[in-house]
Design a protein around this ligand. Structure first.
Ligand code: NAP
Length: 296
């Protein structure tokens, strides 16, 4: 397989590069501001220039494109909705069209933030989206643009992504901050009133490639099996770290002022991907123990 990863220096993108190389696929990538350290063919590409993506296709001649690039700054999207719509909606739709025109498979990545958070059971793929901030609105518009584009594409939604960045080797996301706080002996204020299904980037990358191998198209939720609060996630991390859980302090989303509203509950139901691949998604403890020794 000739795989082109759009956004190869992102957390997920770097893991998709890593997973593709582990399968002995020919992996190529695009990056935006920072060139990753991978020794693979790389092209600088700004999603704003989405109309010129066919030049990138011509350069690399992939059989598969996985789009891991997006405007992921949720508060930044609130301040700049035009940019959010170009990067998260117009660009993926155009990439999907250009891939179809060139007979290239296309995979796109969306978010649990397409939901409003009023549910109390994990959201299945059939649940009605109703985003409550610009980021979620722009990502939902991106899903629809990909679905309306020519061709049959694979669309996935992830939730609360964390893991090891495979170019820098650094633990990235929420656990990085919790680990650093615990190691410095500082208290760790964590929400007890928000629920997510944390998605380890390496596990998600493997699952995306497994779905491609299975010939899957359509929409899949990809996350761990555990629907937890950040506080409960912190407990798992402290446990793995052998740290004093007394450092964890209960907090509320009301304690901080942010530009964009977040859904209170955005857990994803992963039954469809489990059934498609014939294996369970991991519980959070398994994901954490898988990488913790390498990064502690
Ligand atoms: N992080 C989460 O909790 C989460 C949750 C659910 C879904 N997702 C989705 O998962 C996907 C991957 O996210 P991630 O966590 O890996 O985020 P990330 O680490 O922030 O990666 C995003 C990538 O997009 C690139 N990018 C930003 N603006 C660009 C532009 N104008 N042109 C080209 N590339 C651009 C960034 O490059 P630069 O840094 O160089 O700009 C970065 O490499 C995204 O679609 C995101 O919406 C993420």
């Amino acid at each position: 397989m000739r795989l082109l990863v759009v956004g190869a220096n992102g957390l997920l993108g770097s893991n998709v590069v890593h997973s593709g190389r582990q399968r002995d696929w020919t992996v190529m990538g695009t990056y935006h501001s920072t060139r990753p350290k991978f020794e693979i063919p790389l092209t600088q590409f700004d999603l704003v220039e989405y109309e010129a993506f066919d030049e990138v296709l011509e350069t690399h001649d992939p059989g598969l494109v996985i789009n891991c690039a997006a405007m992921t700054d949720v508060d930044g999207c609130e301040k700049n909705p035009e940019q959010a719509n170009v990067l998260n909606s117009d660009a993926p739709g155009a990439l999907a069209d250009q891939c179809a025109a060139n007979d290239v498979e296309f995979v796109h990545v969306s978010t649990d933030y397409v939901f409003d958070g009023t549910a109390r059971d994990p959201y299945g793929e059939e649940a009605s989206p109703n985003p409550v901030q610009v980021y979620g609105e722009s990502k939902l518009a991106g899903e629809r643009a990909v679905q309306e584009a020519d061709g049959d594409h694979l669309l996935t939604r992830l939730s609360f992504v964390w893991g090891v960045h495979r170019s820098s080797g650094a633990l990235t996301g929420f656990p990085e901050w919790v680990r650093d706080q615990l190691e410095s002996g500082d208290t760790v204020p964590l929400f007890t009133d928000q629920w997510v299904t944390p998605t380890r980037a390496g596990q998600a990358a493997t699952t995306l490639l497994d779905l491609v191998d299975a010939g899957a198209t359509g929409l899949y939720h990809v996350a761990c099996r555990s629907c937890v609060t950040p506080y409960a996630f912190g407990e798992v991390l402290a446990d793995q770290h052998g740290a004093d859980t007394a450092l964890l302090k209960e907090g509320s989303t009301d304690d901080i002022d942010r530009d964009a509203e977040r859904p209170t509950y955005s857990c994803l139901d992963v039954a469809t991907v489990e059934s498609q691949l014939g294996r369970p998604q991991p519980p959070l403890e398994e994901d954490v123990s898988k990488i913790w020794d390498a990064v502690r």
